[in-house]
Design a protein around this ligand. Structure first.
Ligand SMILES: NC(=O)C1=CN([C@@H]2O[C@H](COP(=O)(O)OP(=O)(O)OC[C@H]3O[C@@H](n4cnc5c(N)ncnc54)[C@H](O)[C@@H]3O)[C@@H](O)[C@H]2O)C=CC1
Ligand SMILES: CC(C)CC(=O)C(=O)O
Ligand SMILES: [Mg+2]
Length: 358
């Protein structure tokens, strides 16, 4: 039996609540098909700052580097959001983790389950059939660029938007390869009419397009992409973009799937893979037992497939989600206000419904 080490990082807020269910899903597959999962929990974010003063303690980083896959929840706490002057912040732990593990490719599938077509605020006839795969670059851009500082006695703030050709090439390669296995259409999103880093981005994608003549490439400015995503979501298939634009566009795209609580992601590089919902710690609903655990559970489906090649098991998780939605069970974020047929359940009841089907 092959042993695979999973590091679980619940993090903060609803991160803890939903990761419990992602982990339980993994447990149901352990010891089957020649793979046994072992679990090791570690600290990150506000929880880690409270315990150690560090949002990504060395002990956590060592465990992550020795892992076969990581299941992450979310970080963040209102204490820091309400006081921008604080120097040590939970999100620094997340950014450092992505950088240290070389997780440059963030895959964010926008999967619309038919059962949730009325949960979205977009009209069903605009949505039906929408299916998008985002490739968000994850270790570059303005989130990491230097200098990043205050000047002029704190009266001026500087961040640096920066990309190298190498950084663009490696994420674009993954997006082109994925486009080949899907509808052979790739939309690269930038702001090349204004930003030099975007002009470099576009130049690299144009150069690479020559090697992927079978893929239709479209270049779109971020402002137009934000508009078209809502106007005509079916006109997108694979979307390639940078760290900042990808962060924003995928939160927007969560409304195609019905809720932030439905979007899973995989962060990949050359070492271990990390799987996490796209949402944050959602302190507005934390501790109430209402968070949707399906994004964490669907992140585990991505892990089973991508990190462990367990395609049938991954499909089984997705089917369990689909079936549970067909039966009418909904956390309140995906409830359809126009019908009385939804059965509203909390985080744990939703998690249990899924586990019973595996
Ligand atoms: N990957 C991460 O760890 C991320 C961390 N953050 C951090 O999280 C904190 C809160 O940020 P927000 O801007 O509020 O973004 P958020 O993603 O936590 O929440 C945005 C909205 O979506 C709802 N929501 C999110 N996940 C949900 C779920 N599973 N079920 C039901 N509803 C859900 C929330 O209730 C809220 O109304 C901040 O400190 C932020 O820095 C934000 C995004 C990602
Ligand atoms: C700290 C942020 C970059 C987290 C976030 O919003 C994300 O990764 O989507
Ligand atoms: Mg985000």
């Amino acid at each position: 039996m092959k042993e695979q080490k999973i590091v679980v990082l619940p993090g903060d807020g609803i991160g803890k609540e939903v990761t419990t269910w992602g982990k339980k899903v993994l447990e149901t597959f352990s010891g089957k098909n020649g793979i046994r999962f072992t679990f090791d929990e570690a600290l990150i974010g506000h929880t880690a700052i409270e315990a150690t003063g560090n949002p990504l303690p060395d002990e956590t980083l060592q465990k992550l580097k020795a892992s076969d896959a990581v299941l992450f929840g979310a970080v963040g706490h209102p204490k820091y959001d309400n006081d921008p002057s604080l120097k040590v912040r939970p999100e620094q732990g997340l950014l450092k983790m992505r950088k240290e593990l070389g997780l440059y490719a963030n895959l964010r599938p926008i999967r619309l389950f038919d059962e949730l077509i009325h949960a979205s605020s977009i009209k069903p006839e605009i949505l039906k059939g929408a299916d998008i795969l985002f490739f968000r670059e994850l270790t570059g851009d303005v989130y990491f660029g230097e200098p990043r500082e205050r000047r002029d006695n704190g009266n001026v703030a500087v961040d640096t938007m920066i990309y190298s050709k190498m950084e663009v090439r490696r994420i674009a390669k993954r997006a082109f390869e994925a486009a080949r296995t899907r509808s052979k259409k790739l939309t690269s999103v930038d702001k090349a009419n204004v930003l030099e880093s975007s002009r470099l981005w576009r130049e690299v994608v144009q150069e690479m397009a020559k090697d992927y003549a079978d893929v239709e490439v479209e270049h779109m400015f971020i402002d137009t992409a934000a508009m078209k995503l809502i106007k005509d979501p079916r006109s997108f298939d694979v979307v390639l973009t940078g760290n900042l634009f990808g962060d924003i566009l995928t939160d927007e795209a969560s409304q195609i799937a019905g809720s932030m609580g439905m979007l899973a992601s995989a962060s990949l590089g050359d070492q271990t893979g990390l799987y996490e919902p796209i949402h944050g710690s959602a302190y507005d609903i934390s501790g109430k037992g209402v968070a949707n655990p399906l994004a964490s559970i669907l992140s585990v489906a991505l892990m089973l497939d991508i990190s462990f090649g367990l395609k049938a098991e991954s499909a089984k998780v997705i089917q369990a989600v689909e079936q549970t939605l067909k039966e009418g069970f909904r956390t309140r974020d995906i409830a359809d206000a126009t019908t009385a047929t939804d059965k509203i359940v909390g985080t744990d009841a939703m998690g249990e419904k899924i586990i019973k089907k595996l």
